[in-house]
Design a protein around this ligand. Sequence first.
Ligand code: BGC
Length: 720
Amino acid sequence: MLDFIVSENEFNKDNIPWNGNRFLIGNGYFGIRGTLEEYSKEHMCAVNMAGIYDRAGDAWRESVNAPNPLHTYIIVNGTKYALPETEPKSHTQTLDFKNGLHLRKTQWQTENGTITIECERFASMSRRHLIAMRYTFFADFECEAEIVTGIDGDVWDINGPHFVKIQTGTQGSVNSVIGTTGEKNISVTAKDCTSADFKAEQTTDEGEKTVYRHFSFKAEPGKEYTIEKIAQITTSEDDFDVAGEIDKLTYSMLRAEHITAWERIWDISKITIEGDDEAMYALNYSIYHLNCIAPREMKGKSIAARGLSGQVYKGAVFWDTEMFMIDYYIHTEPEIAKTLLQYRIDTINGARAKAAEYGLNGAYYAWESQEGGYEGCSDYNVTDVFTNRPMRTHFRDKQYHVSAAVVYGIMKYIRGTGDYSILGEGAMEVIVECAQMYRSLLLKYADKPYYEIHDVVGPDEYHERVNNNAYTNRMAKFVFDTALEMLDEFEAKYPEKIKALDDKYGLEATKAMLKDSAEGIFIREPDNNGIIEQFEGYFKLEDVSVDTVRSRLLDPKEYWGGAYGVAANTQVIKQADVAAMLSMFKDDYSADIMKKNFDYYEPRTEHGSSLSACMYSLLACFTGNTETAYPLFMKSAKADLVKGGKEWAGLVYIGGTHPASEGGAWIVAVNGFAGISEQDGKLVCRPSLPQNWKSMSFKLVYRGTVYKVNINGTKGEISY
Ligand code: BGC
C-alpha cells in the first residue's frame, strides 16, 4: 500500500487548529482532535462525543467533549517542556491513516543536552470505548525526569461549560474524571490506567477537574522510559457495553486488534489508482475520515456535519449525511448506512414537531438535527461582524429541502442494498410524512395551472426566501413520486402491515394527493439558452463576478448572505444548487443542457461551502468533461489536507473536518470517473478516467454481493 502517512516535520504554532482536524483519529463513538498530548483547552483539544448534546444557559446547544485522558507532559530537572511554549529542537507529527495511529516525536535542547519524547496513540477501532497511548522519554544526559499524565476535565467548549459537576477519583491503578452535563444530567466518564516499564516513584494528585499521575525517576543517558496508558470513555447514554477492564488490557494487544480492524476496513474501502499517487492518497485519506466517524455497532446514530472534530456547527446532523456521505457506507458497509437512516426514523417525532411549529403537516426534519431530531438551529444563526448582534437567517425555517434529502438517502439505500425491510421499520412513515410536509407547502394561483413553492432557501444559502427554487421543487416532486412508488412496494411486500398504514394515513386519499402533487408541481425548464433559472427572478439580479462581490466586503469575516449580504442582490451563489439538481436527476437532462448549466453557474459560484466542488465535479463527469471535473474532485478530496478552508461565517467559527466533501469525493471517483451506475438492478461501469489515471480498482458492495471493479484505461470490468 502506498504510504498512507500525513506528517508535519516542523513545529508551527499557527497550524494548531488545522492540525486538530488534519490529524484526527476516531472510532465513531468519539473523535480525538489531532492536538498534542501536553495541550489543553486553549489549543482546542477535544475528545468529541457522538450524539451527546448539552445546552449551557442560553447559548447554542452543542455536542459535548469528554474529559481528556491523554493529557501528558514532561518535566526535566524541574523545568516543564511542552509545546507550544517551549521552542523545540525538532518536531514531527504524523498520522498513519492506514492503521489509524497518531504519532509525534519532539526534541528539546536543554542546558545539559537533548531530551526526546515520542508518543503513539489510537482510538480503538475494535473496542469503541477505548483509547490507548504509549509515551516514551529519553535524554542524552543524566537527569531527574518526571512524566505527568492524567485526565484533564477542564475541557474546550465553544458554548460551554457543559459540565456543571465534575468528580475526580482514584481507585487502585485506575483514575477517573466524571463530568455531568447541566441540561440533561448526562455523565461522561473518562478513566485511565497507566503503567511504566521502569522503576519510578509514583504519586497521584487530584485537582478540582483533573487527576494526574506523576512518574518521577532518574533517567540514564540514552535509556528509553516508556509509559503505556489505556483509557476508557463512557457515558450514561451508552447503549452498548464496555469490552475489557482497562487495568487488565495491554497496549500491544489492543494495538494489534485495532490494526486488524483497520485492515478489514481497508479491504473493502481502499481505492487504488495507478498513475496519480496524489489523487489516490487524497481519496483514501477522505475514506479514512469517513471511517473514523462511522457509527459502527451503535444504534440509531448519525454523523455530524463536521464529523467528530469538535462542537463546530453544534455537532449537528445536516442534509450532508444523506446527500454526500451515505453512498460510501451503502457500498462498503451497508449496516452503517442503515444506522444513519435509523437515526432519521427514530427522530421523526422531532420532525413532526417542527412541521407543526410552522403550521405544516407531516415531517419537517431539522436543519441542524441533534438527539431526538431536536432542531439546533436558531432563527439568528450568524453573528453580524459589524454590530456583533445576532443576524436573522432563514436556514432553520426555510431550508425545506432537508426532508427531501432524508427520503433521497432512504432511496439510495434501498436501491443500493435491495433491502426493503427498512420500509417496514419506519421508513415508509418517513417518506409519506415528508411528502405530506411538501404537500402543505404547495400553493396555487387561480390563473396558473401548476403548484408552486414560495419562500424557501435552497442549497445556495446566500439567497433567502426565494420562490420556486428549481432544486427544492424538483426534490419535492421526487418525494411525491417516491412515496407513490414505495406505497405500492409496501403493499406488495407487507400486506399484513398495510391496514395499520391505511388507518393512519387513509391510503386512497394519500395516493390521490401524491399523484396530484407529483403531476402538478412546477418544474422549471431550461430557457432559450438552455439555462435553468435557480429561482424566480434570479436572472434579474446583478450579474457580477465572484471576485467583484468579494472586493465589496468591508470585513473578511462578513457574511455574504442574509438580507444585506454582498451576494444577496447578485447572481453569485454560495454552492451548487441547479448543478446539484442536475447531477441528481441526470437522466432527465441532455449532456448539452448539463454542460450549459455547468458553464453558466460554476463561474458564479463562490464554493463557500465544502459541499459545492464535488457536485460540480460530478456534473462535469456526466457531461464527459473529466478534465474539468478533476480539479474540483481534488479540491473535495483534499478539503482537510489543505490549509485555509473557510473558518468563519460572520463571527461564528465553522472550522473542522469536512466529511460531506470527503463523501462527495468518493461519489465523484466511483459514480463519476469510474462511471458506476445502476441499470435494471445491475451495476454497470462506463469509465472516463482523468488523463493520468492508468487504472483504477476497488470493491463495492451492491445488493449483498461484494464486487470488484477493475478499470484499465477506458475498459471497465465488474466481477465478483
Ligand atoms: C452549507 C450547508 C451545509 C452546512 C454543513 C453550510 O455552509 O451551506 O449546505 O449543510 O454548511 O456542512
